[in-house]
Design a protein around this ligand. Sequence first.
Ligand code: PRP
Ligand code: MN
Ligand code: MG
Length: 180
Amino acid sequence: MLQKDIEEILITEEKIQEKVAELGATLTADYQDKFPLAIGVLKGALPFMSDLIKRVDAYIELDFMDVSSYGNATVSSGEVKIVKDLNTSVEGRDVLIIEDIIDSGKTLNYLVELFKYRKAKSIKIVTLLDKPTGRKVDLKADYVGFIVPDAFVVGYGLDYAEKYRNLPYIGVLKKEIYSF
Ligand code: PRP
Ligand code: MN
Ligand code: MG
């Protein structure tokens, strides 16, 4: 049913799960002697986070943050509003931010600055997708699954108007869906 709106599958379910296992193994090694606070950025990070944490064989604590871009399209200020804050203090903690995609970099830039200000001991970013062509601020992830082209991608957490997050793969949306 959902697939009728998809022009092309960019990353299959199998390729995603392969990469998730790979990233999980890397994180397992890097966090073996630590107890990181893994922070999922709602809502997009949900499927990736859910799959990834099961592949990390180390002690990890989970928390969530919901943020939304502030203001409107005329002023691209990079301001981000906290919709739901953490339940846990990041002070002195090894923070691992889990994201579905980095586009302009503004969301993560805001979170990194916030967690620095709140005195996190270390801050690392794991993102399933990276769209470097969209970058507006200088921001690099520590762990990246796939580089994606400048296309309208949905699925596996990524939405268009809140839809398609529940697709098990990453696809390109048909033009007719978002341009009318
Ligand atoms: C999307 C995506 C990232 C962010 C990336 O979230 O999930 O969090 O945008 O864009 P940026 O690098 O330009 O900041 P969105 O704000 O759409 O919220 P959602 O996760 O609830 O869809
Ligand atoms: Mn998001
Ligand atoms: Mg969104």
